[in-house]
Design a binder for this molecule. Structure first.
Ligand code: PEP
Ligand code: MG
Length: 793
């Protein structure tokens, strides 16, 4: 094929496949096979899909072979030319198939007439998994397929994968919806029975039916505190829309849509202004991105057309978003996948306005928002007085919504499985943001317990905060610096409110995750500048990028790794991408021109790594100097000690740095060989393990002997039960999540330094976690501090 003809064939083929969707998968695949056969000028086109349950490859669609054999012909993975394609995971082209040793003849297909075989794997859209199946073209004539024909069939295979994923998505939505309805039906029935049971006193007349359980829904604590209130479901979620709902009056529907569109645009503009002080410029761009989608003629035009074709506005919206996001999700491109999320977010906003949710009466009683996920804009409801808590089915502790909830101090639990099925509007909820649990209609007893727990917690918090921000010191005046771990700009406000004396760990990668591409030097200087401005004269330690493992920006190509935590992460990435790394180093040096900024390298495991990082830092300094750009030429340099080799090398590393910061989160996982994110080994992941404690003691001693500063910035620093041990070991800088500063500060203020020293000395003699924990609990009890610990554990 000539290049032009080639391109034409491709365009024709793709556009004919694009229009082949119907409601029925089998019919769609048959039509697609026919289109491909025509485009490829082949007599046969067949699709074989792998059935993981049967471990066989099954013929699912064909033109050219006997259609009766569809669903019947199947083979094992190591059989036939089709099996060979799957095995090799690459195109297989055989001009004379019958004489190939892997040829397997299926008389029911009637394929003996076809000589040439070309098979290409059909990959799932993320392109990383094993192929889903094989797309085959066969011809009567013996011939060789050329490169562009193979490319053409490959492209067609991608289209087929998209169609399959579209159907799978629909199927899974339908199944989920069914499961959701069934679960909800059972919960409503259980609640009804429970109420009946309570009506008769819950005493002797009936025992509660066995299947009734008062739902206790565990999740993850995203923002601490206790909340009680009635459930308000926020969820103008597209999945709740009937995609087939027709309208009798398209004109009226169109008007409804135009109104919703106008209100959505106005809302975005207001939100942007309101969020400006809380978010860096780069994050604010999300609002601009959403506005651009709403102003996009193609997008809006498609919705208008679908309404004109007789669909209700909600259904039209659903259909267009579904279509767009399916095709975007189907490509192995992270950028487009992120855009799919933006389209869905915009869809949710439009839907909310179509349903006029914003006109609902404001909350009149204490309310807990319950949602599958919460967008930033929905969280703006948070300014409402009566909003006491947030429970989310999805979302991680580090999602934007969770971060803002913490900044607003709204008790929040995220990642609550079955939340949406278990809760109906108006249910009474108790939310425990400290332990990360939601109780649904828990009954008077639990509610009473929580009221008193909540009162105690609030009084305690008030008291701690009121104790003021005077420097933290033991009773006899031994000073301990209380610094904050922060991720985003919004965290700084909270850090200051809770009395942080500065920032001991800025996890710079979190801001990077929110950009659309690696932020350039100017963007980074602006970001750090905004943070420094908020911190005033307080010091900050900026950690260079610690991406990898569980933190990859969407715009980065991610290699698949069997052991990502032992793989390409953190400083290893930075050193391999010196261009990008130097952009960050230069930005930090520039931001440090007039502020108290230290720089810290994560995950250092050897002297070579440290030296190379320092070399790049020196190069960056020299460049800035040459360019006449203001910067700090004497910035203090430190490393995270979070890999066991760094503990062993501490005496040598200490000679080449200004400070250490002990990262227990990683140090524990590497020392104890227990993945920090794996629930199954959570019981093995233990900060109070004797090996962890002696590693910390070792690093502190080395730092002190070398007269270098040493800080501890892992989560262990927020555990009040560990505080006296850490202080007693000689740690006089702790960097922790701001919320825990008041309680840790309180513990320190209640004891003499000698007591802490003694506790550390004795603990270091112990050989088991149990012994250490038991000892600490006893000592805290003697010191009258155990209630502080229990409040947070
Ligand atoms: C640590 O590992 O202890 C640490 C503070 O870093 P992170 O949690 O960001 O890996
Ligand atoms: Mg770490």
């Amino acid at each position: 094929m000539s290049a032009n003809k080639d391109r034409l064939a491709l365009i024709e083929l793709l556009s004919s496949i694009g229009g082949e969707h119907s409601e029925d998968l089998r019919e769609t695949l048959d039509r697609v096979a026919a289109a491909i056969a025509t485009g490829m000028e082949a007599e046969v086109c067949s699709l074989y899909l792998f059935d993981p349950q049967r471990e066989r490859i099954v013929l699912r669609a064909t033109v050219g072979l006997d259609r009766e054999s569809v669903g019947k012909v199947s083979m094992r993975l190591n059989e036939g030319l089709v099996g060979l394609v799957l095995e090799k995971d690459e195109p297989v082209c055989v001009p004379d198939a019958i004489s190939h040793p892997r040829y397997k003849y299926f008389p029911e297909t009637g394929e003996e007439r076809f000589h040439t075989f070309l098979g290409v794997p059909v990959h799932d859209h993320d392109g990383r998994k094993k192929p889903l199946g094989v797309l085959v073209a066969q011809t009567l004539e013996r011939r060789k397929f050329n490169k562009s024909e193979i490319r053409l069939l490959n492209t067609a295979a991608n289209q087929v994968a998209q169609i399959l994923s579209h159907f799978r998505l629909r199927e899974s939505l339908a199944t989920k919806e069914k499961e959701r309805l069934e679960y909800r039906r059972r919960m409503i029935e259980a609640n009804r029975q429970l109420k009946d049971y309570e009506k008769v006193g819950g005493k002797t007349r009936h025992a509660p039916p066995a299947k009734i359980r008062r739902p206790r829904l565990p999740g993850l604590s995203a923002s601490p505190g206790f909340a009680q209130g009635s459930a308000h479901i926020v969820g103008a979620f597209l999945s709740s829309v009937d995609r087939n709902q027709k309208s009798r009056d398209p004109k009226a529907e169109l008007k409804r849509f135009e109104d919703a569109l106008a209100r959505s645009l106005a809302e975005l503009a207001t939100l942007r202004v309101r969020m400006e002080p809380l978010m860096p410029e780069a994050d604010l761009k999300i609002f601009d991105g959403h506005r651009m989608i709403l102003e996009d003629e193609e997008f809006v035009g498609r919705i208008r057309d679908t309404i004109a074709n007789g669909y209700a506005a909600e259904s039209a919206l659903f259909r267009v978003i579904e279509e767009l996001s399916t095709s975007m999700l189907a490509v192995a491109d992270n950028y487009l996948r992120e855009r799919a999320t933006d389209f869905r977010d915009v869809g949710h906003r439009l839907l909310r306005h179509l349903r006029q949710e914003e006109k609902r009466a404001p909350f009149t009683k204490p309310t807990i928002i319950v949602a599958e996920e919460l967008t930033l804009s929905q969280l703006m409801l948070a300014s409402h007085d009566k909003l006491t808590g947030i429970a989310l089915q999805s979302g991680g502790v580090t999602s934007h919504a969770a971060i803002l909830a913490r900044a607003f101090e709204i008790p929040t639990v995220v990642g609550v499985e079955h939340l949406m099925e278990s809760v109906v509007e108006g249910d009474q909820l108790v939310l425990d943001g400290n332990s990360g649990v939601v109780y649904v209609n828990p009954g008077a007893e639990i509610e009473r317990d929580y009221v008193s727990l909540s009162k105690r917690y609030e009084a305690f918090k008030r008291e701690l905060i009121e104790e003021g921000n005077a420097p933290t010191a033991t009773r006899d005046g031994h000073r301990v610096m209380m610094l904050a771990n922060i991720a985003l700009l919004a965290d700084i406000q909270m850090a200051l409110r809770y009395g942080a004396e500065g920032v001991g760990l800025l996890r710079s990668e979190f801001s990077f995750l929110t950009y659309e591409d690696f932020p350039d030097e100017t963007q980074q200087v602006a970001l750090y500048g905004k943070m420094l401005e908020m911190l005033g004269k307080r010091p900050i330690t900026i950690r260079t990028l610690d991406i990898g493992a569980d933190k990859y920006p969407a715009y980065m190509r991610v290699p698949r790794e069997d052991n990502p935590f032992l793989g390409w992460r953190s400083i290893r990435i930075s050193l391999e991408m010196p261009g990008l790394f130097k952009v960050q180093l230069r930005a930090i040096l520039r931001a440090a021109a007039k502020h108290d900024v230290r720089i810290m390298f994560p995950m250092i495991s050897s002297l070579e790594e440290l030296r190379r990082a320092k070399e790049l830092l020196a190069e960056s300094q020299a460049e800035l100097f040459k360019e006449g750009l203001e910067h700090n030429p004497n910035i203090e340099v430190g490393i995270m000690v979070e890999v066991p080799s760094a503990v062993w090398l501490a005496p040598r590393l200490a000679r080449e740095v200004d400070f250490f910061s002990i990262g227990t989160n990683d140090l524990i996982q590497y020392l104890l060989a227990a993945d920090r994110n794996n629930r199954k080994v959570a019981h093995l992941y233990e900060a109070l393990h004797p090996a962890v404690i002696s590693a910390i003691a070792e690093v502190v001693n080395v730092a002190r002997a070398a007269d270098k500063e040493v800080c501890l910035c892992g989560e262990m620093a927020s555990d009040p039960l560990a505080t006296l041990l850490l202080v007693g070991m000689g740690l006089d800088e702790l960097s922790l999540s701001p919320l825990f500063i008041p309680v840790v500060r309180k513990v320190i203020r209640e004891v003499d330094y000698q007591t802490a020293r003694l506790i550390a000395r004795e603990t270091l003699q112990m050989a088991s976690v149990q012994e250490i924990k038991g000892y600490l609990v006893e000592r805290y009890r003697d010191l009258g501090l155990i209630n502080l610990v229990e409040m947070y554990r």
